[in-house]
Design a protein around this ligand. Structure first.
Ligand code: DI6
Ligand code: FE
Length: 403
């Protein structure tokens, strides 16, 4: 539903604004949308007279939240890894799967062999599932090309998604995701020959909003990530990092040192790393889909994040290998059930904190001045959004028309 100026009435709104009221809740509320922005939010009884002439839209007592933000996805990719999933459940080890050509490498070859149109069609099908769940902003990474042309093609497809659907797309360059087969054993040469020159070219073509990396024993060292982040800093691009997913290499500390928007996964993060993130204002992006798919047992340090007031976001990490999870609502439920997040933390994790993990100040809460991007739900209480498993209570997304 889109309209230029309208007043939404007969609703309860979880504004998710930083307030001492749970969910920033306002009951019997009204929301005024003008020219694609939120102009006013509050009790209907206090609606200023200047809005009396606006067309009113009665929401029948439904719950309104900010449009959801999925701040960490690899949703553009070729092929899938179902065969690998079956091999694993038939007892194959990761090594056997890798020897059989599984893992990131297999998605790299599927993606390199996929045309722009194929990548776009497959990604749009996955994005439509998220849109149907109230997502209005999505982050999309490169990282399955690992050569110049395919990395650029992935980023162009990501931008095209925002042209084909009413969803805002933010892109992250993830050339430092893995070393491709042709550079096996030559990580530094890959960083110098392919990753950094492709980052510069993608930036020149306006394809990059942030720079990401995978800091892990099976991927890149902190020093190698630092070389990519120094180029990002020269290009005035913000950074974010897959860090401490399988071990503690000090990736989150490195990211915080670069003033990173976010550090993501974080299962093996220690309190020193949490404190470095707190000092830098770096958001902790929690990815329960990968934890669940990989059968991980080490949970991220949620209590330490609370203790040091590190904002926590939640995302699908939608990718064909470690997190073939295409539901942000299920990610909310997993965040609560697997990591003991509260339902309020889970909703903040896919609204206010997810927007902050993307460096976006104009979405993530229902407050005057923010973009008019809302989700309307057939639920009585916002906790139902994390509580339900496999359900989708979305009634509609409301996206105001920008002039
Ligand atoms: N961490 C992950 O879990 C994924 N990438 C990353 O940096 C793995 C992606 C895949 O398995 O295809
Ligand atoms: Fe990821």
């Amino acid at each position: 539903m889109t309209d230029i100026n309208q007043t939404l009435t007969n609703l309860t709104v979880a504004t998710m604004a930083q307030q001492d009221i749970a969910y920033g809740m306002v009951e019997n509320a009204a929301i005024v949308l003008e020219q694609g922005r939120i102009s006013w939010v509050g009790p209907l009884a206090d609606l200023p007279g200047i809005y009396a002439s606006y067309r009113q839209r009665d929401l029948d007592g439904r719950l309104v939240t900010p449009g959801l933000v999925d701040c960490h996805t690899h949703i553009v990719h070729g092929g899938n890894r179902a065969a690998e999933f079956e091999m694993r459940l038939n007892g194959a080890s990761y090594q056997e799967i890798a020897r059989a050509g599984g893992g990131i490498v297999s998605t790299v070859s599927s993606t390199r062999n996929a045309s722009r149109d194929m990548l776009l069609a497959e990604a749009l099908r996955r994005v439509d599932v998220l849109i149907a769940q109230g997502v209005t902003t999505i982050e999309i990474k490169s990282g399955y090309g690992l050569d110049r042309d395919t990395e650029l093609r992935m980023l162009r497809v990501a931008r095209a998604i925002g042209e084909h659907r009413q969803i805002r797309v933010r892109t992250s360059f993830l050339g430092a995701h893995a070393t491709p087969a042709e550079y096996k054993g030559r990580d530094d040469a890959y960083i110098d020959d392919i990753c950094i020159p492709t980052l510069r070219m993608a930036h020149e073509q306006g394809l990059v909003d942030a720079v990401d990396g995978f800091c892990e024993g099976i991927a890149f060292s902190p020093d190698q990530i630092a070389r990519v982040f120094e180029v990002a800093r020269d290009l005035r691009l913000p950074v974010k990092l897959h860090a401490e997913q399988l071990s503690n290499l000090g990736g989150a500390r490195l990211a915080a040192g670069f003033g990173a928007l976010s550090a993501d996964h974080l299962e093996y993060l220690d309190e020193e790393g949490v404190m470095a993130m707190a000092a830098a204002g770096t958001v902790a992006v929690i990815l329960p889909g990968a934890f669940y798919t990989l059968g991980e047992t080490q949970a991220p340090p949620i209590k330490a994040f609370r203790k040091h007031a590190v904002p926590m976001a939640l995302a699908t990490d939608m990718n064909p290998g470690s997190s073939p999870l295409n539901s942000l609502l299920l990610a909310m439920n997993m965040g609560c059930t697997l990591f003991r997040l509260t339902p309020q933390e889970a909703l903040a994790g896919v609204t206010r904190h997810a927007a902050r993990a993307l460096g976006l100040a104009d979405v993530g809460t229902v407050e005057p001045g923010k973009r008019a991007e809302l989700a309307v739900w057939d639920v009585q209480h916002p906790a139902e959004l994390a509580y339900r498993i496999g359900d989708n209570p979305l009634h509609a997304r409301i996206i105001g028309t920008m002039p």
